[in-house]
Design a binder for this molecule. Structure first.
Ligand SMILES: *[C@@H]1O[C@H](CO)[C@@H](O)[C@H](O)[C@H]1NC(C)=O
Ligand SMILES: *[C@@H]1O[C@H](CO)[C@@H](O)[C@H](O)[C@H]1NC(C)=O
Length: 364
């Protein structure tokens, strides 16, 4: 009798537990949510309103899939795709560090630390000589101004150092639009920030279209920071890789958003040049607009992923660079990164459909 009671009690407890789980089931992408309540949406999502595409707030993705953890990190670095933020430092609400109010564009809206924690793995940064130091800045003509300066590069580099040190299995790539002419200007900041210890040396980068080292080897050796500069001379003088020796890249700004077209920016070799093993795809307008970003991170972005695949000689992009990366109608650039990793790693439409060890069969 006692044992029957215990069985009934156990069954009831189980039922309650199941009911509790169902009741607590978190919202999924596309569900309605309230922007006043931060926890309406499930993990890896946020509550966002993409007017005028849909009325009211919905749960949309805010984090990338960790492909190294989901599948494995045993393939060459160039077999994976990495979510990339354009002008990662040009953040809405960043206080003035010069004492002069800033008058310039913003491209992102959360900190570099948040970007990295959300799965961004490549940062595009504009580096300038300024105030006897290196600053992240918007400008024209290569000269930073008090009213266009964001912050000393050291501050951002220290955020990246903190992330790499807290996440020993992750690799971060920096793509610098570099206007620093001070001798060893950048090297000094890499040293001062503690980032130098993660340096991946140019001598290990493939010169002729070969595969990169395995991610697992890069992790094991602790060489987890890749830096590319737009200044050719620095590869010889400071050992900083000249970006277009290793990477092809499409046009940026409005030219890179022209549906059905994907061609190289002036500094890059043609996209189908296989002597460069990395492919970077830009997809952001010449003037960043917060309100329309979510509309752009939709089918048109996915179409461009496919267009650039063809243009790059049937190679899927490794880097996908956008403004306001969290803005979308649902999956946004996170979905496209999953698409790229699915294509790169197992030939599936989504990395979540890859079956471990299989490159031919996809799960439903
Ligand atoms: C930066 O650090 C590296 C490694 O410790 C060192 O070899 C180099 O001389 C330093 N460079 C500068 C400019 O301080
Ligand atoms: C890692 O994942 C890829 C993609 O699924 C697969 O091709 C490869 O065999 C896997 N490697 C190991 C060691 O599991």
């Amino acid at each position: 009798m006692g044992s029957i009671l215990r069985t009934v009690a156990a069954a009831a407890t189980l039922l309650l537990a199941v009911a509790g789980l169902l009741g607590a089931a978190t919202a999924t992408v596309g569900d309605k949510c309230s922007r006043r309540s931060t926890d309406d949406c499930g993990a890896g999502q946020w509550c966002f309103d993409c007017e005028p595409e849909f009325a009211g707030s919905h749960c949309v993705r805010s984090t990338a899939t960790n492909t190294f953890k989901l599948l494995n990190d045993s393939l060459p670095f160039n077999k994976y795709a990495y979510l990339t933020t354009h002008n990662s430092f040009a953040i809405v609400g960043e206080p003035s560090h010069t004492g002069i109010p800033r008058i310039t564009f913003n491209n992102q809206e959360d900190t570099v630390t948040n970007q990295l924690n959300n799965g961004v793995r490549a940062l595009m940064l504009d580096t300038y000589d300024f105030k006897g130091d290196v600053w992240l800045c918007h400008s024209s003509g290569g000269k930073c101004n008090d009213f266009t300066a964001f912050e000393p590069a050291l501050d951002t580099f220290m955020e990246i150092e903190a992330f790499l040190s807290a996440n020993p299995s992750e690799i971060v790539t920096l793509i610098l639009e570099d206007y620093v002419n001070a001798p060893n200007g950048l090297t000094n900041v890499f040293n001062a920030s503690g980032l130098h210890k993660y340096w991946f040396p140019v001598s290990r980068m493939p010169q002729n279209g070969q595969d990169w080292p395995l991610v697992s080897d890069m992790v094991a050796s602790g060489q987890r920071l890749l830096v590319f500069t737009s200044m050719r001379s620095k590869q010889a003088t400071e050992g900083i890789a000249y970006q277009w020796n290793f990477m092809v890249e499409n046009n940026y700004g409005d030219d890179g958003m022209d549906a059905g077209k994907c061609s190289n920016r002036a500094e890059s070799a043609p996209l189908d040049d296989r002597t460069k093993s990395l492919v970077l795809m830009n997809y952001f307008p010449s003037v960043p607009v917060k309100l329309t970003a979510c509309l752009q991170h939709s089918e048109s972005l996915t179409d461009m992923v496919n267009t650039c695949y063809g243009a790059a000689g049937n190679r899927w992009a490794n880097f996908i660079a956008v403004d306001y990366y969290k803005r979308s109608q649902g999956g946004g650039v996170f979905q496209d990164t999953d698409l790229l990793n699915g294509r790169l790693l197992c030939g599936c439409q989504d990395v979540n459909a890859c079956l471990p060890g299989s490159t031919t069969v996809c799960s439903a």
